[in-house]
Ligand binder design. Structure first.
Ligand code: AHG
Ligand code: MN
Ligand code: MN
Length: 336
């Protein structure tokens, strides 16, 4: 039973039975994420005040400049998740390999793996624009009592037991699903509590926003170019509105509330696309589907892609169902 304005703590207790396996562990895991999110939120909010923004002088595994807050958020989430006896391994955008958590007495009894993008849209920090955190949770498949294995992380998105994001925006929100719809909680910074502000979130039926880095137009596949032209055509309900923040979490969040599609296709420079399957696309795809939307690689369901690498990239088309189906139509006509 979803009650608007109840706290996240109350919501977790009342909906315990809806959690897969329902042992209380997943609830505790979500609890630790909300705690880390508060700490990161505090730091993100004061980014303009202290000398914490800017590249940390390192590059991450994808060869991109790493911002200091990326490192900070990564550490906070890892610390918080490690201190609970729930998680056996973590994979992060900021770490090349996964982290093994041996648990109490080194017994490797913990059951869940977490994959995350600790700070998404990090190039927006310097300009005071919304950023986010994305997380994805699976049950391990390797035997309990042994160290976590790569196969635990390389599960298709359809095996996720929970996924969510935090958007550090004008308000900070935590939005997540355990496969029973999507609920959004807003942080009251004065009290440090999360309140259920957006129960049972769904994409609106009428959608008219498209979000893509159109600067890459010349490098897009023909099908994508044709879809963009379709979005811009003068018809009864078109041209659509174009909105692009450059932070997947924020673009997705707006589109889920207002109705729209986000896409990051392959380009001639990025033949696999840019976004990462395991900790960017799959969690957003799970949320999208739970909100009545759809997520595709242009041809088929993102959550059915069999992962082969931790930092694998995938073309991504996500949002309102009809819009994603329309772009799939264009892709099918020009599959190159
Ligand atoms: P991150 O900050 O974690 O590297 O992710 C940035 C991603 C995504 O959030 C955003 O939509 C996209 O990169 C923007 O890419 P372009 O600047 O190429 O448009
Ligand atoms: Mn990202
Ligand atoms: Mn990131």
């Amino acid at each position: 039973m979803v009650k608007k304005n109840q706290t996240l703590g109350e919501f977790i207790i009342e909906n315990q039975a809806e959690f897969p396996f329902s042992s209380g562990e997943l609830s505790r895991l979500i609890n630790s994420i909300r705690l880390a999110a508060k700490v990161v939120n505090h730091e993100v909010n004061k980014a303009g005040l202290v000398d914490i923004t800017g590249a940390a002088g390192e590059t991450n595994v994808q060869g991109e400049d790493q911002q200091k807050l990326d490192v900070y958020a990564n550490e906070k989430f890892i610390q918080t998740l490690t201190n609970r006896e729930i998680v056996c391994g973590i994979a992060s955008e900021e770490s090349e390999d996964f982290i093994t958590i041996s648990g109490q007495n080194n017994d490797h009894k913990n059951k869940y793996v977490v994959l995350m993008d600790p700070l998404d849209g990090s190039s927006n920090i310097d300009v005071n624009v919304s950023v986010g955190t994305i997380f994805s949770i699976y049950r391990r498949i390797s035997p309990i009592g042994t160290p976590v294995q790569m196969e635990d992380f390389l599960q298709p998105g359809n095996k996720q037991v929970a996924a969510g994001y935090i958007v550090y925006g004008t308000s900070t929100m935590l939005v997540y699903t355990t496969g029973h719809g999507v609920n959004g909680f807003t942080l009251n910074p004065a009290l440090g509590s999360w309140y259920l502000s957006h129960p049972d979130m769904k994409f609106p039926e009428k959608a008219s926003i498209y979000s893509v880095n159109e600067g890459n137009y010349v490098h897009f596949p023909k099908g994508v170019k044709n879809y963009i032209k379709y979005c811009q055509e003068e018809k009864e309900d078109r041209p659509y509105t174009s909105r692009y923040i450059g932070s997947l979490v924020s673009d997705f969040h707006r589109n889920m509330i207002k109705g729209g599609i986000y896409f990051y296709p392959t380009t001639s420079h990025a033949p696999q696309g840019k976004l990462r399957l395991l900790y960017e696309c799959n969690p957003m795809a799970f949320i999208a589907e739970q909100a009545g939307g759809k997520a595709s690689n242009g041809f088929s369901r993102v959550m059915d892609v069999e992962p082969t690498e931790l930092h694998q990239r995938v073309p991504f088309f996500c949002g309102n169902k009809e819009m994603v189906e329309k772009v799939e139509e264009f892709m099918a006509k020009n599959p190159e």
